[in-house]
Design a protein around this ligand. Sequence first.
Ligand SMILES: Nc1nc2c(c(=O)[nH]1)N[C@H]1C(S)=C(S)[C@@H](COP(=O)(O)O)O[C@H]1N2
Ligand SMILES: [Mo]
Length: 372
Amino acid sequence: MWLAGARARSTCELVPRLGHGSGILTIMTPRGTDWSLALLVAAGVGSGLATWFAGAPGGAWVYGAHAVAGLSLAVVLVVKLRRVLPRVAAASVAALGLVLLVLVSGFVWSSAGAAYLAGYSVLAWHAALGGALAAVVLAHAVARARRPRRRDLASRRQLLVAGAVAAGALVAWQVQRPLQRALGLPGAGRRFTGSYDAGSYTGNDFPVTSWVADDPRPAAAPMAVAGRVRRGLTLGAGALDRGDELTATLDCTGGFSSTQRWQGVRLGRLLDDAGVEPGAAHVRVISRTGYRWSFGLEHARGLLLATRVGGEPLSHGHGAPCRLVAPGRRGFQWVKWVERIEVHDDPDPGALPSTVLSSLSAAGRGRRTGRR
Ligand SMILES: Nc1nc2c(c(=O)[nH]1)N[C@H]1C(S)=C(S)[C@@H](COP(=O)(O)O)O[C@H]1N2
Ligand SMILES: [Mo]
């Protein structure tokens, strides 16, 4: 009887009725919805960038936070779309479409497996689209954001809704892996970083990548240890074959990972040979191309400079004559074609830009200029 009565009503009567009852669609104010979208995009971009610096299992929560931000964003996107869809401006359609693409690419990568589009992993597309979305949201917020009022974000009802959405997202994140396993989806086999295994324990037979386009000519240059040390060292490749070995997983932010047995010399040994001066606390590992990364002294001691992988001499593409092996750090910190170790008092603010700029240096463009 009640059902029949409800059905008898026209839909346009039913929707406002629901609207005045419960439902996240109506509790969230339009302004609150927009601010929630913006804040969740910011959380997604922030946590996404943080994943590039979370390579050890202790950093798994960063990936969890990223997933929860994305899942919450999906819920708020539905609220937004249901509110605006019938009559929405073209610019908003483009922006909301971008949000959708970012969410779908993240979902596809983490459940359907290592998919590639136009030569780039879907994960790389996800990151690039996320960057574009960040720019759009920031520009929009600067140009025409309406100041949120207390009732848009911080009222009790808003906080209840936010809590419910976050709790739902957290549960969804907790069940996704068991669910993927039960369904036999490839996503169940990804690492906590989202990367899929490629060629583990195959010697040189795993993917070769550069962060941007670093591509030097092959060369057998010696390696130097310099900076705040008592005596600088110059070492030929032979002097780096000290029989130290490390099994470690290279995990590229582009979405592949590869576990190998690496052989060479512990950085700590070279630092001891050179004699670190008191007060020095940072070690720069510098590529022939100018690409470099810096590590705290104590952490650096445990890293390996590898000349061999799985018993084979390291190939040029993987960084011969010698490359850094930095367990628990994302792949971009595993500097290839190392020609110099420098000991410093301070950290290295130039390291991050160097990973992009080296692709433009003469040495970094080496092979590309050579082809002409
Ligand atoms: N000099 C130099 N080292 C580099 C890079 C680079 O572009 N230049 N790319 C980094 C990135 S992003 C990754 S994932 C690993 C890839 O190592 P591989 O080519 O042996 O797989 O090397 C790192 N070391
Ligand atoms: Mo990478």
